[in-house]
Write a new protein. Sequence first.
Length: 70
Amino acid sequence: MTWTWRLEDPDGGTLDPAALGVEVPPADNQGDAESWLGENWRDLLARGVATVSLYEGETKAYGPMGLAPA
């Protein structure tokens, strides 16, 4: 199963990664997906992404999770 991030605006709407100028690569496992987010969350936040949700295939694993530091 493939793991992917859904990028969301402040209202919870889905954002198109291509429209933001980013590529969200699919990952083979949860750890790789989380590592990618750990390396890229600041750039996503700067591009207007407020929250993200992680999906395993069509099933939401968790989220929404805010990107802004607490």
